[in-house]
Design a protein around this ligand. Structure first.
Ligand code: NAD
Length: 477
């Protein structure tokens, strides 16, 4: 029976513990599901997303106040279903042992290979911003890798969490996939349990606590965190198309997206052009945007207040704040897009990940200065460069370290099911999506099979002429 709606987090954690035990027992009965079984599970996952499509859209609206239908369809429903279909098509190939070369002088005709093996029972801690894409999405590669999974949705998205629980219970045996909903105490205790692998998606601050908690039982973790992703416009790239693209990406989920453009870097001499083109874009495409159905609600009034403070602080420090739409406070959870021109680095909006519809625009004098500035901060989840000059794009790509990178686009690398997705340093560690996710959630077991005519006995005592002969031969003696 699936995990029930617990009366308390204590009860929920007991249920999760029991579920780990029953999933582990089921795993040991079938520790290496065939490619056909995995394809069937992935097919069931894709079918589940399509079957529940209308209810997914309803639940997103319930939790966000307003959630654009197209974003729900494209990212949360079709994105996950497409990712599952891609994995189903690829999984047999991903499962193949990978031969590795060996030195015949030592290992004779022995063979070495890497065999991806399921890890066992995995936990997935999901944030509120993409309640299905970040729960059922990584489930794709977790199931492709032959694992069993317990998902914990965010307490900020109760409607999506409940629906996910219902969908999963109707689609999978609870000893294959289950969902545990609860509050902050469940979140705190979830990473202390004995998982075979744990995925956490959220902020670097909570990610650190999760990693510390998981370390106690030596649970391996994948951390999908956040940070400040810059978009750099080179001098040749200030045009309506690029600026429209950047503003559009910023408005996906109202800026509440880990790979959103956090701030924009513009050649000093073209700052005015940027503002002019942004205003023109807003006048044409974003009239009454924050009152319409395309504007995702801010997840809570507390989050909305935080964003308001970021803007108030910028104004109080004398920064120019440009609201790209006439302000309308009738819906307290929605906000127009604002530009903040050249804010000083000590402002909260330049120190924290913004996670909302506020776009700082910073002037720069040289690409080297831009690269040095990015390298001074924590490593971003994504870096985006806009230019027709391949040398500049390569320079930024190769001289900055980020989880992902886009040239003449922003954030789109996160929408490609075959491309490993993740961060580096403070923006995270590990990957999901595609074969990289499959490997992340597999134990990449190194296997050696002894053959004929080897000298491996030389490695063990008693050491004699065979060992000295090998040393001499290796040193060219
Ligand atoms: P958050 O890290 O603030 O998470 C809040 C959640 O943490 C709450 O749901 C709470 O239950 C839980 N929590 C609190 N204390 C905890 C503890 N000690 N141990 C475990 N859990 C605890 O993040 P959020 O607000 O849910 O999401 C926003 C952040 O997530 C942003 O930083 C964003 O960039 C990041 N994010 C990253 C990705 C990615 O793929 N890299 C995707 C989406 C969001």
């Amino acid at each position: 029976m699936p995990i029930m709606n617990a009366n308390s987090d204590d009860q929920a954690i007991e249920q999760v513990q029991a579920r780990i035990a029953s999933q582990r027992a089921a795993f040991l009965r079938n520790p290496y599901p065939s490619a056909a079984e995995r394809r069937e599970r992935l097919g069931a996952l894709a079918g589940m997303m399509l079957r529940y499509r209308p209810r997914i859209l309803e639940a997103l609206n319930a939790d966000f106040g307003v959630h654009p239908q197209a974003a729900g369809e494209l990212i949360e429903v079709l994105g996950v279903a497409g990712r599952a279909a891609f994995a189903a098509e690829q999984v047999q190939q991903w499962m193949q042992p990978e031969p590795r070369p060996t030195d015949p002088g030592l290992f004779g005709s022995g063979k070495a290979y890497v065999l991806p093996q399921p890890k066992g029972v995995l936990g997935n801690m999901v944030p509120w911003n993409f309640p299905f894409d970040l729960s059922a999405g990584p489930l794709v590669e977790m199931l492709a890798a032959g694992n069993r999974v317990v998902i914990k949705p965010s307490e900020y998205t109760p409607a999506c969490g409940e629906l996910l629980r219902e969908m999963v219970a109707a689609t999978f045996d609870a000893d294959l996939v289950d969902v545990a909903v609860g509050g902050v105490e469940l979140s705190r205790r979830f990473p202390t349990l004995r998982w075979d692998h744990l995925l956490f998606t959220g902020s670097p601050q909570v990610g650190r606590l999760v990693a510390l908690a998981a370390a106690d039982k030596l649970v391996p973790v994948t951390l999908e965190l956040g940070g400040k992703c810059p978009a750099i416009l080179a001098a040749d790239a200030l045009d309506a198309r690029n600026i429209g693209h950047i503003l559009g990406i910023k408005l996906i989920k109202g800026g509440q997206m880990c790979i959103s453009v956090d701030y924009c870097l513009v050649p000093s001499a073209q700052l005015g052009d940027f503002v002019r083109l942004a205003r023109a874009h807003a006048a044409e495409y974003l009239r009454a945007y924050s009152r319409g159905q395309d504007c995702t609600g801010i997840i809570s009034l507390r989050h909305r207040e935080r964003l308001r403070h970021l803007l108030d602080e910028a104004r109080s420090r004398g920064c120019e704040v440009i609201e790209l739409e006439q302000r309308d406070d009738s819906d307290p959870r929605r906000m127009p897009l604002s530009l903040v021109i050249d804010p000083p680095p000590d402002l909260a909006l330049m120190r924290e990940e913004i996670f909302g519809p506020i776009l700082p625009v910073l002037p720069y004098d040289s690409i080297e200065q831009v690269i040095a500035g990015i390298n001074q901060g924590e490593r971003p989840l994504g870096v985006y460069v806009f230019t027709g000059d391949q040398a500049i794009a390569d320079q930024v790509r190769d001289q900055t370290v980020s989880g992902g990178f886009c040239h003449n686009a922003a954030a789109v690398h996160g929408a490609i099911p075959s491309l490993g997705f993740g961060g580096v340093g403070h923006s995270g560690s590990g990957r999901h999506h595609g074969v990289d996710g499959f490997r992340e959630f597999s134990n990449m077991k190194g296997v050696f099979v002894r053959g004929e005519n080897d000298h491996i006995d030389a490695l063990a005592p008693p050491y004699g002429a065979l060992a000295s002969g090998l040393v001499a031969a290796a040193l060219g003696g």
